[in-house]
Design a protein around this ligand. Structure first.
Ligand code: ADP
Ligand code: MG
Length: 497
């Protein structure tokens, strides 16, 4: 997880930049009205435009443009009021038109920034170079038949956002943290579902190594010459694989350089099964795509009012939410964990209504998350709604029930449902603060344990044991504070510390 790796000849620094493809959340494709629904029958969602039929004209989908602008605003990026769609020409069986419509020199979104919070409390900013819109290609299927390959064009023409970072990440931890944060942002914005299993989000990871100081020099001068030659690892589709791919690739480059070799700028693929990267094609095999502006599409011009109205509709994003939670008294760590998933943050806010923030977050961390994990449920599937949990926390705070009973109560409503306040009444779970009942329990414990009563005169620390026994005697319903106070008087205990 460190920013440097040790070679035989000394230390090396790791530098990482990423190109992330994020599928735009939109019901229709970028230039056609065909559906984008995942998992449909092959070739059932293909318009004549998507199939590359001669003479068909692309018609831009405003929703996709709005989603790209919304994402750009969420990345605190410059929105380019004029952008151009280009044809990126290449031949591939899953690309019937012979070109992909993309954006090249004039993307819809320019420079922006994403803040990532690391485990040790440090925050770093990762620069965004650009965001552009492009069409996805179809999918070749080679595993359906022993002697035929098939093409499924359902995905052809689906809108993708390609988000390109500056080379501002410096460890596998930072690379994974960046992608996690980017995923959280687009999910908050509702512009991409972030579903990496379905390929809605995938990353190309560029890795290079250089001698210590190289990165500092690059940040000062902006000269890429201070950095090492990079390799691009294509289509890595999980946080864990990103970390593994970076670690493997950086180590491979260091070993190569120390043996006197040179790193070739090339495209590599990550083999998740072997945990290693392998060469796919070198720079000399890189395609010349002959980009040119698509003559079927006019330059895209956006009105500032329209951009402003999107800006006004943005939700509170993770960074702002985190800052607000910290101001409410949560630790930076707790706040980061909560805001990582919008559902979790929303649940927490309902949970914490009118109760102490720290009490709410402790309840969430210690009681709720463990039970969800045990039952394999997500926060959206929790059987006890936030309001019911909130009622339990309130009952502890106002002394209606003890902390111990609160946990039992959660178990009951978790398994059987019901309103926690009613369950408390029906089952007689109210905390006993009645001193008569507590005194009676104390007398019972004292009478049953004469030896301990002698012992405690020498070892006042035994008080805890007595509290436990009295609690047990009352079925966990006594107020521990009241028991403590009564015991102190009855057994003549000194005030502690
Ligand atoms: P290309 O157009 O060939 O893909 P770019 O200049 O657009 O190249 O860079 C692609 C990605 O590679 C960007 O995310 C960038 O930050 C990253 N990158 C560029 N140089 C380096 C380097 N020396 N080390 C690591 N990443 C790099
Ligand atoms: Mg690239």
């Amino acid at each position: 997880m460190s920013r440097t790796i040790k070679g035989q000849s000394g230390e090396w620094e790791i530098v990482i930049g990423m190109e992330v493809h994020a599928q735009v959340l939109s019901r229709a494709k970028l230039f056609s009205g065909a559906s984008t629904e995942f998992g449909a029958e092959p070739n059932s969602q293909v318009s004549f435009v998507d199939a590359g039929m001669p003479g068909m004209l692309p018609v831009i989908n405003e929703k996709c443009i709005e989603q790209a602008v919304r994402t750009g605003l969420g990345l605190k990026a410059k929105i380019n009021r004029r952008s151009i769609f280009d044809r990126k020409n290449y031949f591939y069986p899953d690309l019937p038109s012979g070109y992909q419509i993309s954006q090249y020199k004039d993307p819809i979104v320019g420079e922006g920034e994403v803040t990532i919070d690391l485990k040790d409390g440090e925050s770093i900013k990762v620069g965004i170079e650009r965001l552009h819109l492009e069409q996805d290609a179809g999918k070749s299927l080679h595993d359906q038949s022993p002697d035929n390959s098939f093409v499924d064009l359902n995905r052809a023409g689906v809108a993708l956002m390609e988000i390109v970072t500056k080379p501002h990440m410096r460890s596998s931890e930072e690379a994974a943290a960046f992608l996690r944060k980017l995923r959280a942002i687009v999910r908050y914005l509702g512009t991409c579902d972030g579903n990496m299993d379905e390929g809605s989000m995938r990353a190309d990871v560029n890795v290079s190594v250089c001698r210590p100081g190289g990165y500092e020099e690059f940040r000062k001068t902006g000269s890429f010459k201070s950095l090492g030659i990079r390799c691009e690892i294509k289509n890595v589709n999980s946080m864990r694989f990103i970390a593994q791919a970076v670690e493997y690739e950086a180590r491979r480059q260091v070993d190569l350089l120390e043996e006197g070799g040179t790193v070739r700028q090339e495209t590599r693929l990550f083999d998740a099964r072997l945990g290693e990267t392998r060469s796919m094609r070198g720079k000399e095999e890189a395609h010349d795509y002959r980009y040119f502006p698509d003559p079927d599409l006019l330059p895209l011009e956006l009105e500032q009012d329209w951009i402003d109205s999107i800006a006004q509709s943005l939700p509170e994003l993770p960074d702002e939410k985190r800052a607000r939670f910290i101001a409410q008294g949560l630790s930076p760590y707790d706040a980061s964990v909560l805001v990582a998933e919008r559902e979790l943050a929303d649940f927490y806010e309902d949970l914490a209504k009118g109760v102490d923030a720290k009490a709410a977050v402790n309840w969430l961390n210690n009681e709720i998350l463990g039970r969800l994990n045990r039952d394999g449920l997500s926060i959206a599937q929790i059987p006890v709604p936030a309001a019911a949990n909130n009622a339990i926390i309130q009952m502890v705070a106002d002394g209606t029930i003890s902390g111990k009973i609160a946990k039992d109560l959660l178990d009951i409503v978790w398994a059987e449902g019901g309103d926690p306040r009613e369950v408390v009444d029906k089952r007689g779970l109210r905390q006993v603060t009645d001193t008569g009942a507590i005194d009676a329990a104390i007398e019972k414990v004292i009478a049953a344990n004469p030896a301990k009563v002698e012992e405690i005169k020498l070892k006042p620390k035994l008080a805890g044991w007595f509290v436990g026994q009295v609690m047990k005697e009352t079925g966990g319903k006594a107020s521990p504070a009241a028991v403590n106070a009564a015991l102190k008087i009855r057994l003549n205990l000194p005030d502690e510390g």
